[in-house]
Design a protein around this ligand. Structure first.
Ligand code: 16G
Length: 240
């Protein structure tokens, strides 16, 4: 199974072997992989080598450890294409997952100068600040901090935000969403966000900031989203 003569280090070969067993479904999602001792016997290598392979697979998000219980196969990450301007609800539904939503905060506020500028607001114009945890099949995926100009959504209520914001904007408000500008960067999660997303500190996250526009050029939202890096993978298609 492993090639001891190869220049490829043993721990890399073991990683590849475990990966292909996961892909083949030999170790299904949620199942425990064999213990370090069993793997040591199976691959005829030292415990240190096995440990290194497992740690790498944990860091890559293919496996996760649970204290005192063992090491398990993680669910594959959601692959999110960065092409169309879709909503969270649409993204999850298109994958056959059930979108969920928990409203953490909903309040009127004076935006910071940078938010006001992005939303092209005059001084004194206020926004709704909305914080929502977004779920897929009851698992927390992202935390969204949304700023919406009050003048565009004077009737907005907590009740209305239980469902899809884009559906509300397009169907109830009859506004036409056109495009958005996005920025993405990696970061480490903050303590308060980690609790809401049910992840440990420190964990890697993906920060996405989106400014979205209506067809008349009016910005209607600025959203700062925190995506769990262990649940999300963003993909793009590029042409030469
Ligand atoms: C996505 C958008 C967010 C938008 C939300 C609406 C990104 C980075 N963000 O999560 O800007 O507010 O969808 O979703 O893609 P909803 O219609 O399900 O409420």
């Amino acid at each position: 199974m492993l090639d001891k003569q190869s220049r490829i280090p043993m721990y890399v070969q073991i990683e590849e072997e475990l990966k292909s067993r996961i892909e083949r479904g030999e170790f299904p999602v949620g199942a425990a992989i064999p213990s370090e001792r069993e793997l040591t016997e199976l691959f005829k290598v030292s415990r240190m080598t096995v440990r290194q392979s497992i740690t790498n697979l944990v860091n890559d998000g293919l496996l996760y450890r649970e204290k005192g219980r063992g090491t398990f196969v993680a669910s594959p990450k959601v692959e999110q294409p960065l092409i169309g301007m879709t909503s969270f609800t649409e993204d999850m539904q298109s994958r056959g997952m059930v979108p969920g939503n928990r409203l953490i905060r909903f309040e009127k506020m004076t935006p910071s100068p940078d938010i006001a500028k992005e939303l092209q607001l005059q001084s004194g114009e206020k926004v709704f600040y909305v914080e929502r945890i977004r779920y897929a099949d009851d698992k927390p995926m992202a935390l969204e901090k949304t700023y919406l100009p009050i003048k565009l959504f004077p009737q907005l209520s907590k009740e209305a935000l239980k469902g899809s914001l884009y559906l509300l904007i397009e169907q109830e408000q009859q506004l036409m969403i056109s495009h958005a500008k996005q920025r993405m960067e990696a970061a480490l999660v903050k303590q308060e966000d980690a609790e809401l997303l049910q992840i440990h500190v420190p964990s890697a996250i993906l920060l996405i900031e989106r400014a979205s526009y209506l067809t008349n050029g009016q910005p209607f939202e600025v959203v700062r989203s925190i995506y769990r890096a262990d649940r999300y993978k963003f993909i793009t298609e590029i042409k030469r």
